[in-house]
Design a protein. Structure first.
Ligand SMILES: [Zn+2]
Ligand SMILES: [Zn+2]
Length: 240
């Protein structure tokens, strides 16, 4: 019965690739080309920035405050298109059906030896409350997977900023300077997982980390759904 309904739905609303928008012959999410160009982060990663070692050019966080970062996919090609769809159109299926499983598994594996007390997400400013809160969505999914609570309201954005992707690389740090505030009553002595959608320069995550440290948080691990690949335009070449 379910298959019959699916066939009728497919006729009425033919499935389209969430990467490029092409019509698909059956109920799938990605066409073959977009699937090929979705690059997962591999297993042999830099222990600081979380990228494959071959794509890492980090200096092990000489000027970054968090302990380490974990990521699941590269922000390039299909990864970039999917993030935009998830973030700006609120298409939750991008996470639920395509990007989510690998993200949840990787973060679980990479934080298995860390006694986490709570999960935080990079917050939107309150003036953006009508926008889809994609980082909160990721945090809630992780909370369920790891059985660790989201610490609601522990990290807030106190100043509205310009979109980071519109800033020059050097301008990103000043754009987010002092934009976040954290609650020491909730965070003192806590080990937290800080969640964002994409890491490029780590400026936003670092600024949040500064606020968390000021509030007395102990260990701070970052998890991002996607990350940029420092040495490669296309990102990881490994496929699942
Ligand atoms: Zn496609
Ligand atoms: Zn690195």
């Amino acid at each position: 019965m379910r298959n019959v309904w699916q066939s009728i739905l497919d006729l009425l609303f033919p499935p389209r690739c969430k990467g490029c928008g092409e019509l698909l012959p059956s109920a799938k999410n990605l066409c073959g080309t977009c699937r090929e160009k979705l690059h997962p982060v591999g297993e042999n990663t830099c222990l600081f920035c979380g990228r494959d070692r071959e794509y890492c050019s980090c200096d092990f966080g000489a000027d970054l405050l968090f302990e380490r970062a974990v990521s699941a996919w590269y922000y390039s090609d299909t990864g970039r298109a999917l993030l935009h769809r998830f973030k700006f159109r609120g298409d939750r299926a991008v996470f639920d059906e395509i990007l989510g499983r690998r993200f949840l598994r990787r973060v679980k594996e990479e934080t298995a030896d860390i006694p986490l007390d709570g999960i935080l997400f990079v917050p939107n400013h309150k003036s953006d409350k009508d926008r889809f809160a994609q980082t909160e969505y990721l945090a809630k999914a992780l909370s369920k997977e790891l059985s660790v609570p989201v610490l609601e309201g522990a990290l807030v954005k106190v100043r509205k900023t310009e979109p980071q992707h519109k800033q020059s690389l050097s301008g990103r740090r000043t754009n987010v300077k002092g934009a976040f505030s954290a609650d020491s009553n909730i965070l003192r002595g806590k080990n937290v997982l800080l969640v964002d959608d994409v890491a490029t320069t780590f400026s936003t995550l670092n600024e949040c980390t500064a606020a968390l440290i000021a509030a007395g948080a102990d260990r701070i691990i970052c998890a991002t759904l996607l990350t940029t690949a420092a040495n490669s335009r296309t990102g990881g070449k490994h496929h699942e």
